[in-house]
Write a protein that binds this ligand. Structure first.
Ligand SMILES: NC(=O)c1ccc[n+]([C@@H]2O[C@H](COP(=O)([O-])OP(=O)(O)OC[C@H]3O[C@@H](n4cnc5c(N)ncnc54)[C@H](OP(=O)(O)O)[C@@H]3O)[C@@H](O)[C@H]2O)c1
Length: 383
């Protein structure tokens, strides 16, 4: 079995942002200018600087630092978040430096707010638009600051019907859930059916989603249901989420303990034959190898694993795909526009309930303490 280092693929795809590490000087700008410049210059400087909530080193602590207002490069959008989301990867970055090579570092990969400025070539957005986004981070370009920079392709217009809290919760789980379906299982999402030849003509008809109550799992369930109306979709989660996952499209919801019992899973498939495909949204199979025995003996045997970090190795003997949010953006660069369309048409439900941890940058730390023990919940912080 070959050793994979999934985080390497994320690092290698990080774009260069116009906010380069060298352009940020974590100094007290207000102090400097108050000594050397007239009042007007002080005001101008304050307007052109922002607060960054930096993690000083692996494990913390955080500090609030002033930095120059970022300027968008070509095809980039600068966004002033009103709400930021807390994700498992933020915790993994802080605790283990998962996708971080240099400290200090500005963490955070999701937010909702207003467009501050747009770069050359940006056509879909203008200053003042209400948006939400996932962003590919670099050392000083994370969501935990007053203004961050995102590539236009990762930004979506916020429907008026959605709060900023709800919008901030949506980006990365949508992209990753869509990646499991469209890139992992090669099932065309309804919005893209005609646009690519890289989809299967024999989609799986019985699919097991491991970790259905995770953000990624809940997105996968509803996109699968939209794409394959008659498929059998089985999901595992704690019982408290079963009704919600059925409302998203799951045919059968099983307790997490079923992951250790292939017979229970097979019993939920047509004729007890087994599943054609597994979407592993949380790396559950690493500790529950029994799920591989739930495959149909003469079926497709597709196993799609979300990149969750080092330690989860895809199994041998199946058609394995490893996916993350970036995977689907490469395949369908306009997918965030599709998300806005789905939301506006009422065809997309919030995958998880949204919990506001608190208000202000200090609440980010509270969210990071909590994020690895959430159940069916997305944590957000208001600014
Ligand atoms: N590479 C990428 O681009 C990318 C993007 C997004 C996410 N991810 C990764 O994908 C994973 C999922 O992210 P997320 O935001 O969707 O997670 P999440 O919502 O925070 O996940 C929490 C949920 O996972 C479920 N869960 C945890 N361990 C489980 C297990 N062994 N079996 C079944 N269910 C389990 C829990 O279910 P119950 O409480 O119901 O038991 C809980 O509801 C994370 O590891 C994240 O880092 C990667």
């Amino acid at each position: 079995m070959s050793k994979l280092h999934p985080f390497l693929s994320i690092l290698s795809t990080s774009p260069k942002h116009s906010v380069s590490p060298r352009s940020i000087k974590p100094i007290d700008l207000l102090h400097r200018y108050s000594q050397s410049s007239p009042r007007l210059q002080l005001q101008q400087t304050a307007a052109m600087s922002i607060n960054q909530f930096q993690a000083v080193q692996k494990g913390g602590p955080f500090r609030l630092v002033q930095a120059p207002l970022p300027k968008p490069g070509p095809n980039e959008v600068c966004i002033r978040p009103k709400v930021v989301a807390i994700n498992a990867i933020d915790y993994k970055n802080l605790k283990f430096g998962a996708t971080v090579s240099e400290w200090p570092n500005v963490l955070g990969i999701e937010g909702a707010g207003t467009v501050e400025s747009v770069g050359q070539g940006v056509t879909r957005f203008k200053a003042g638009d209400e948006v939400f986004t996932w962003l590919q981070r670099s050392q000083y370009n994370g969501a935990f600051q007053d203004v961050f920079t995102a590539n236009e392709s990762t930004v979506a217009k916020k429907p008026a019907s959605l709060s900023f809290e709800e919008a901030a919760s949506l980006g990365i789980t949508f992209l990753t859930g869509a990646a499991t379906v469209a890139a992992g299982l090669r099932i065309p999402l309804s919005g893209f059916a005609a646009k690519s030849t890289d989809y299967t003509s024999t989609p799986p008809q019985s699919i097991l989603v491991l970790g259905g109550s995770s953000g990624v799992g809940a997105v996968a369930i509803q996109l699968l249901r939209a794409a394959l109306p008659s498929a059998t979709i089985i999901s595992t989660s704690s019982a408290q989420h079963h009704a919600h996952l059925k409302s998203l499209g799951a045919t059968t919801t099983l307790e997490r303990s079923a992951q250790d019992n292939a017979a229970t899973i097979k019993a939920a498939t047509p004729g007890g034959a087994g599943v054609d495909a597994i979407i592993d949204a949380v790396g559950a199979a690493a500790k529950a190898a029994a799920v591989y025995d739930a495959f149909k003996s003469d079926g497709l045997k597709l196993y799609t694993l979300v990149i969750t970090g080092p330690g989860v190795e895809p199994p041998k003997g199946f058609e394995v795909s490893l996916v993350g949010g970036i995977t689907v953006l490469k395949k369908e660069p306009t997918i965030m526009q599709y998300l806005t369309e789905l939301l506006e048409s009422g065809k997309y439900k919030l995958p998880q309930k949204v919990e506001v941890v608190g208000q202000g940058w200090e609440s980010v730390e509270k969210g990071l303490d909590k994020v690895s023990s959430v159940s069916g919940t997305k944590l957000v912080v208001k600014l």
